[in-house]
Design a protein around this ligand. Sequence first.
Ligand code: NDP
Length: 294
Amino acid sequence: MDRKSSLQALMKGPLAPLYFCIGSPVVGNPTQYMVEAAFDALGYCGRYLTIDVDAEELDPSIWGLLAMNFAGGNVTAPFKQEVLTYLDELTESASLCDAVNCITRKSDGTYIGDNTDGKGFLQSLIAVAPDLKKRKVMVFGSGGAASAIVTELALYGVREVVVVNRTEAHAKTLVNNLEGISRTQLKVDRWAGTYQIVENDLVVVQATSVGLFQPGACIDVAFAPALQNVIACDVVFNPVETAFLKKAKSAGCLTLDGLGMLVNQGAIAIQLWTGKEPDKALMRSSLEEAFAVC
Ligand code: NDP
């Protein structure tokens, strides 16, 4: 938004809607830069603030944000679960995966929490796999990102999802919590030694935290040579081409990076807040610009 319109809003109202990103630590989180670029391009006068919240001050911090009528915001680690209790309503996704990353103030002044991580991932995946419902999806990991992804895959009605995790008990809990929400077959597989990926037509999702800011690190998996029609996805977005994606590419897989998911989850949030469709290419280039600084 240009300075003149901004001044107009300041002097004559309505005041600019305010948005937040809370977490700890939040230095290094580029969401504000991406959202501000999208707001500007839309001519939307919203202001977005990144706030590092001390865990012991979470309660007054959240009540303060709600009391000051913030129009919405993002929640990142480690508060995605704690924030649930402060909200008036949860979407199905947020309630199923027991985590909120996006909050929106409704017109009646109440706050609704959503989880857009899995939705953002699903959008990226459907774009390259229109036959997704017929596929088997293997998800490595059982933390927040994996849980959001498995939830959306099940709600979408994918044929089969197999969850593989270093700590098998976490995978079992994830699957048990989602049992029966759709006709998707949800299974757990054991991860002992190097996990061999040998089936054609799979979707393989690297949803652990391995590889973030560690260009050479990769989960302990091996791809059979010359796999047919396999899509390998990573949730890790920095580096964009992770060691996992390089390994998958050299085995002949189509690859999908974590930046697309990050852009899509942000775009869903902006749609919820403004009712407008943001420019995703601009959002992606803003993230690339932000990561180039680190
Ligand atoms: P969590 O801490 O909730 O979960 C971490 C997961 O990684 C667990 O399943 C853990 O297994 C597993 N893990 C950790 N270390 C290893 C290891 N050495 N070998 C195998 N598995 C391991 O993290 P999140 O789920 O919140 O985040 C995961 C990643 O997703 C992060 O890199 C985050 O930045 C990214 N992310 C990306 C988004 C995007 O838009 N692209 C959105 C949200 C997150 P265990 O259960 O055994 O501990």
